[in-house]
Design a protein around this ligand. Structure first.
Ligand SMILES: C[S@@+](CC[C@H](N)C(=O)[O-])C[C@H]1O[C@@H](n2cnc3c(N)ncnc32)[C@H](O)[C@@H]1O
Length: 459
C-alpha cells in the first residue's frame, strides 16, 4: 500500500488560492458526456463517446455574450461538438485534432450539403459489392479478427465504391455513414475507454442495408433546416497538434476538452475507423499513437516545453506516487508528461486568443493506486503561471472510487470540472514562469534536437 496516503487532493495548501475558485454545480455533469445529444440531428451521426454536450458550448457562448461573426477555437475537436454547436448559433470556428478520423467526422458534421445531390449519389451508389476474399490476406490481422469474412468483404467493397465518388464532400459524407456502422457490423464495442471484442451473432446482418439506412437518416437530418450550419458560417477543421497551433487567426474564445489522463488511447478506440476510413497502415497508427497527447502510457514525448516548471503540488504527488506500488511503471512518466503537454497547449491556445478572451477546458481529475491527482487545480495553476486569470473551476461531476479501491485506499472523490480562464489585458510577462525571456520568446524543441517552433509571447 502506498506509504503517504490518504492524499488530500485539494485544500493541501499549495493550491489554496485556486481552491477558492472551485464552485459546485452538479447539474452541469450531465453536459460532460454526449448523452443529452444522443437523439439530436447531426450530433447523432456517430457516437463519439468522449464528446461533451452542445448545451455546454451554447451555454458558455451565451454567458460570454459571443454572437455571430465571432470565431471560436477548439484545439481538441474530437467529434466536432464545439464547432457544430457554435455554427448553429451563427459563430465561426476553427478546430484541430491529431486523429484523422476526428477531422473527417468534424468536417462532415459542419459542412453544408445539397441534399438533392446526396440523394442522387446514394441512388447510384453500388453498396452491394464485395472485394474478393483473397484480398483479405493483405489486410491487418486486427480487421480479419474484428469482422466475419463476408462482412469484411462487403465493408471493403462499399468503401471502394464510396472512394470513387469524385466530389470530396459527398465522398466524406458517405464514408462517415459507412464508419458509423462498423461497431454494429463487427465483434467490437467501445466501452470504458477501450475497444473490446465481444461475442455477437452477426449471421443476419445486412451491411448494405445498414449503411444505406444510416446514409438516408443523415440526409433526413440535413433536411431539417434548423439543425444545419447557417449559410456563410464557417468551421475550419484541420489535422493538427494542439501543442503547436499557435499561429493563425486570433479567436474570441476557446472551448475544448483535452484527453483526460485516464490512459484512454484514441488510436486504439478508433482503430477500425482509422484502418478503414483513413486507410492508415498499422505502423502509421502506431506512430500516431506515440505522437498523441501524453494521456496514456504509450504516448512519447515529442516536444519539450522549454522553461516549464512543474507546479509544487504536482511535484509532491509524483514523489508520493514514486514511493507507492503502481502497477505500471509508465504511469509516473505519463502524468508528468501530461502536464508538460498541457502547458504547451495552454501557451498555444492563449496565443490564439484576443485580449479579454475566455478559455474553457473540461477536465477530469485522475486516481492511480489510491493517489488522487487534482488535474483541475494543477492545470489552473499552470495557466495562471502563463498569465491567464483563473475565473472559475466549475465542478459538475464527482466520482467515487470502486469498492475495491475504497477497501484498499479509503474513500476518495474525483472531480470533473470546467476550468475557465481569461486572457487578461493587464497580464504582465513578469507573471509568467521562468524560461520565458524578457521579450517573451519560447522555443519548442523536438526531442530529437531541431527547433520545432519559435514562439513570441505577447499579451
Ligand atoms: C475528449 S476528446 C474531444 C471531444 C470533443 N470535445 C467533442 O465534444 O467531441 C479529445 C480529442 O483530443 C485528440 N487529441 C489527442 N492528442 C492530441 C493532440 N496532441 N493534438 C490535438 N488533438 C489531440 C483526440 O484525438 C480526441 O479526439
Amino acid at each position: 500500500m502506498p506509504s503517504c496516503l490518504p492524499l488530500v487532493v485539494y485544500n493541501d495548501g499549495t493550491n489554496a488560492s485556486l481552491d477558492t475558485k472551485l464552485t459546485w454545480n452538479l447539474n452541469l455533469g450531465r453536459l460532460f458526456g454526449p448523452a443529452a445529444d444522443r437523439d439530436e440531428p447531426i450530433y447523432r451521426w456517430f457516437p463519439f463517446r468522449h464528446s461533451f454536450s452542445r448545451h455546454l458550448v451554447q451555454d458558455l457562448l451565451a454567458e460570454w455574450q459571443i454572437g455571430s461573426g465571432a470565431t471560436i477555437l477548439d484545439p481538441f475537436c474530437g467529434g466536432g461538438t464545439t464547432l457544430l454547436a457554435s455554427g448553429q448559433k451563427g459563430i465561426n470556428s476553427i478546430g484541430y485534432d491529431i486523429l484523422p478520423f476526428s477531422v473527417l467526422l468534424s468536417r462532415v458534421k459542419t459542412r453544408r450539403y445539397d441534399t438533392t445531390a446526396l440523394r442522387r449519389v446514394l441512388d447510384q451508389l453500388r453498396l452491394d459489392v464485395d472485394v474478393d476474399v483473397s484480398f483479405l490476406d493483405e489486410k491487418p490481422a486486427f480487421l480479419r479478427k474484428a469482422f466475419p469474412p463476408d462482412v469484411l468483404c462487403r465493408v471493403l467493397g462499399m468503401r471502394e465504391s464510396i472512394c470513387q465518388i469524385t466530389n470530396g464532400s459527398i465522398r466524406d459524407f458517405f464514408l462517415v455513414a459507412l464508419l458509423s456502422c462498423l461497431e454494429s457490423l463487427s465483434f467490437t464495442t467501445k466501452t470504458g475507454g477501450f475497444l473490446r471484442f465481444v461475442a455477437k451473432d452477426l449471421s443476419f446482418v445486412d451491411p448494405t442495408q445498414m449503411v444505406r439506412s444510416a446514409a438516408l437518416a443523415m440526409i433526413e437530418d440535413l433536411e431539417l433546416a434548423s439543425c444545419t450550419m447557417p449559410e456563410g458560417v464557417r468551421a475550419d477543421v484541420r489535422l493538427g497538434d494542439a501543442r503547436l497551433h499557435s499561429r493563425g487567426k486570433v479567436c474570441e474564445a476557446l472551448i475544448t476538452s483535452p484527453p483526460y489522463p485516464n490512459r484512454h488511447d484514441y488510436t486504439r478506440i478508433y482503430l477500425l475507423e482509422l484502418l478503414i476510413g483513413s486507410s492508415m497502415s498499422e505502423s502509421e497508427i502506431k506512430s500516431l499513437r506515440y505522437r498523441t497527447l501524453r494521456s496514456h502510457v504509450e504516448a512519447r514525448q515529442q516536444i519539450r516545453a522549454v522553461g516549464y516548471q512543474r507546479p509544487a503540488a504536482l511535484e509532491r504527488i509524483l514523489d508520493c506516487m514514486a514511493q507507492g506500488n503502481l502497477n505500471n511503471s509508465g504511469l509516473l512518466r505519463m502524468i508528468a508528461g501530461y502536464f508538460e503537454d498541457m502547458h504547451l497547449c495552454l501557451v498555444a491556445s492563449a496565443r490564439r486568443l484576443r485580449s479579454g478572451g475566455r478559455i474553457a477546458f473540461v477536465v477530469s481529475n485522475a486516481r492511480f493506486g489510491g493517489h488522487c491527482i487534482p488535474v483541475d487545480t494543477i492545470l489552473a495553476e499552470i495557466g495562471q503561471g502563463l498569465g491567464l486569470k483563473v475565473l472559475d473551476i466549475r465542478v459538475g461531476r464527482v466520482r467515487g472510487n470502486s469498492p475495491q479501491q475504497m477497501g484498499r485506499f479509503g474513500r476518495a472523490e474525483s472531480r470533473e470540472s470546467i476550468i475557465i480562464w481569461e486572457k487578461d489585458s493587464q497580464s504582465r510577462l513578469g507573471r509568467m514562469q521562468s524560461g520565458w525571456t524578457a521579450s517573451g520568446t519560447c522555443a519548442y524543441s523536438s526531442c530529437k534536437g531541431g527547433l520545432q517552433e519559435q514562439v513570441t509571447w505577447k499579451i
